[in-house]
Ligand binder design. Sequence first.
Ligand SMILES: [Zn+2]
Ligand SMILES: [Zn+2]
Length: 340
Amino acid sequence: MTLSEMNVARWEKEGSITVTTTLIPKLRPGELLIKVAASGLCGTDMHICHGETPHASKNVVIGHEFSGYVEAIHPDTITTLTLGQLVAIDPNMPCNACTYCRNRKYHLCPNLSCIGVSIHGGMSQYVAVPVRAAVPVPSNVPADVASLAEPLSCVVHAVDLGEIKTGDQVLVIGAGPIGLMTMALCATGGARVTVIEPNEMRRKNALDIFGASAAYAPGDLVPGDTLKGEGFDVVFECVGRAQTMTDALTFAKAGATVVWVGVAKTDATVTVSPFDVYRRELTIRSTYTNPYGMERAVNILADGKIQWKQLISHKFTLEQFDQAWAVFRDGQGMKVCVTP
Ligand SMILES: [Zn+2]
Ligand SMILES: [Zn+2]
């Protein structure tokens, strides 16, 4: 490796992510060079690896959940950021030209490009990003915790769509990193949170650290008579499987909102009874990415009410990427973080 080269982890062929060497990117006007500090692995990376993300580009450097330091600023760039500033990266780049971008729904932009999915991302020593992507992080937030800002920003949007009210009974299905973030935001927002999760360690984390009041293994919580008001006001599905998507509906009391947060496989389908949805006046919502959520996520991390660091179970260097990927694929840890 020469001075102008760097290590990256990229999707070269279906079924694997490969660590290779490439040139450090040259900046274009409006871009920053980020020296990556911490980069998290996420279910989306597994979908990309297996060719299940339609908008993923071949040979793309993965990594869409990362933080880093501003290493260089192209001279033709308008920014208040300075060299050395820690930033969290918002990977979603809208076109700013379509009807959605013009009408406050830029996350639905059909020309959305995504750092780490369609353009080179942060599972890398350096990455060039548009200045819009870089959100400053206060100095009390460690760099690894700052890499949680992107997934947390998606959860901020999901919880907004659940329209939680103080005192609501909330059910979260799945206590992976997204489920734990969801319950933490609901609990700090004044809801009483119950969780369903098969992994005992995750149930314990949910209760001890992330604000859940009750935790059950699948099958241990029996849906009540939801027409008589038994069940939950808001249910968040944070798994992404057809079975848990329909389970979410069975626990929703009449008048409830169900938010499908988990990302299902592209060919998954579920059977829903329109009569049942009608009779119980259910609202079923989906949530896509993180519109206007990044700065709020950074504020929540900086506030420190939750021990966010506890979400990071493993740390590896980029040279150890294969180990990081194996631990991630095994699914027993929480967030697997790479510090290039
Ligand atoms: Zn992600
Ligand atoms: Zn657009």
